[in-house]
Design a protein around this ligand. Structure first.
Ligand code: SF4
Length: 347
């Protein structure tokens, strides 16, 4: 019988599994501390659990760990990690050094089915959802590689659409925020979506983590051309769900806005964006497009980026231009997933 990956289970599910084995529920808290705080890889090391129970655990469960297959470090010390998964898929995470903290960008899927036209992951297509263990395993592996580094923020903005793997994303957040797990505050975790409206509505009810939306256009025709998901959930539906998010959670929403030359970098888009502010408060992260081999889109001129930002700021919208991290190692936004598969030619 195949063993269960114990790191796929949030604490409540582990408690239930232990009860079924005749073990006390409090063992789940002890096991969590061993797994996520002490980072042991063998049930025999869990010395405050009785020997027969340790044997039972080893019969039922396994404790796998993600292996770093490759690491590339950019000029600004941004590090891109590539992990090889058991089925031969590969995923990437990016460690971004900031002035006072470090942010880890994690993946939730091997590939992505949403097919955003500017994104290398989308262009390469979808393989499968990641398990809970594979999502939290990225954090564990990068922490182990960087002892002593204050890895204070986690963003779900790597490969994949987190809300297309909704349940595993929320379970991973559960382990990351558990007091017996990684003990992150929800305020330090941000989930970015391309705009899956039903899941945004669930997220409002079910999670306290922050929400970011990859917006990228204020007109449906432009947005659908860039992000096909907009045909299913057009801007009107998306903004209605986000307004609800603000009403119920009182939280600010971050809009990611990838600026592409002659596509969405004109002042007309900035005017429309400013109009949205009347409906609910948000902040905008402008991301000048990082050119890559998967598409012919171009980076906008500096003047366009500045004019766009100035318009928003003059309308009292919090707006930053994201510094590009790791462009030369293809770790920048939209560049993940360009993993070379043996025998495959780059386009
Ligand atoms: S931008 Fe996000 S949602 Fe769109 S294809 Fe890329 S990974 Fe998927």
């Amino acid at each position: 019988m195949a063993k269960t990956d114990i790191k796929n289970l949030p604490i409540k599910e582990l408690e239930s599994a232990l009860k079924r084995l005749g073990m006390p529920a409090y063992n789940a808290r002890q096991i969590f501390i061993w797994l996520y705080k002490n980072r042991v890889s063998d049930f025999e090391q869990m010395t405050n659990i009785s020997r027969p129970s340790r044997r039972l655990l080893a019969e039922q469960f396994e404790i796998p760990a993600l292996k770093i297959r490759e690491k590339k470090v950019g000029r600004d010390h941004t590090a891109k990690y590539q992990f090889g998964l058991q089925d031969g898929s590969a995923i990437e995470s990016v460690l971004i050094p900031m002035t006072r903290w470090h942010t880890l960008c994690v993946s939730t899927q091997a590939g992505c089915a949403l097919g955003c036209k500017f994104c290398l992951t989308g262009i390469k297509g979808f393989k499968r959802n990641l398990s809970v263990s594979e999502i939290t395993g990225q954090l564990a592996a990068v922490m182990a590689e960087n002892p002593g580094t204050p890895l204070s923020h986690i963003v779900f903005m790597g490969m994949g659409e987190p809300f297309a793997n909704y349940d595993n994303t929320l379970k991973a957040i559960d382990i990351m925020t558990s007091e017996y797990g990684y003990q992150y505050s929800h305020r330090r975790i941000t989930v970015s979506t391309a705009g899956l409206v039903p899941q945004i509505k669930r997220f409002i009810q079910e999670s306290k983590a922050n929400l970011a939306v990859s917006l990228n256009a204020l007109y449906d025709d432009t947005r659908t051309a860039l992000m096909p998901i907009n045909a299913t959930y057009p801007l009107k539906q998306l903004t209605a769900a986000l307004k609800d998010y603000h009403t119920k959670r009182r939280g600010w929403i971050t809009f990611e806005y990838v600026m592409i030359r002659d596509m969405n970098d004109g002042i007309a888009h900035a005017i429309q964006l400013a109009k949205l502010l009347k409906e609910f408060p948000f902040k905008v992260n402008l991301i000048p497009f990082n050119e890559h081999w998967g598409t012919g889109y171009k980076r906008p001129d500096e003047e366009h980026v500045r004019a766009f930002q100035e318009y928003l700021v003059s309308h009292t919208i919090a707006c930053t231009v994201r510094t590009t991290h790791g462009e030369e190692i293809e770790a920048a936004c939209g560049q993940l997933g360009g993993i070379k598969i043996p025998g495959e030619e780059e386009k």
